[in-house]
Design a protein. Sequence first.
Length: 137
Amino acid sequence: MSSRLNPYLSFDGDARQAMEFYEQVFGGTLALNTFGASGMSDSPDADKIMHGMLETPSGFTLMGADTPPGMEHSPGNTFSVSLSGDDETELRGYWEQLSAGGSVAVPLEKQMWGDVFGMCTDRFGVPWMVNISEPAS
């Protein structure tokens, strides 16, 4: 898989409804993963969306999620730019440059779902997510 650049939207508890709406608008395949399925089954947020991804027939990819527990949802601050793929060298290079002079919210490291993931805000105030998956065999 080559690297991808796509928007990542944050929602205040209605990510499922929003992503299903976008699926109706654009068509395609929607995958939704809850916080409960990702290890937080006893949480009051278990049914909320930890990660959603819509891939459309037109080649669009739209990602979104409910704001994670402990983080504030602020209208106007409801997006990130996501870089994802399996080219570790390329994506780590982007991460190093994007995080330099900015702030790191989640260090780029292996996560519970198995990928290497990090979140940072660059020096211009743009929020970024970088996800490095295992190369396809």
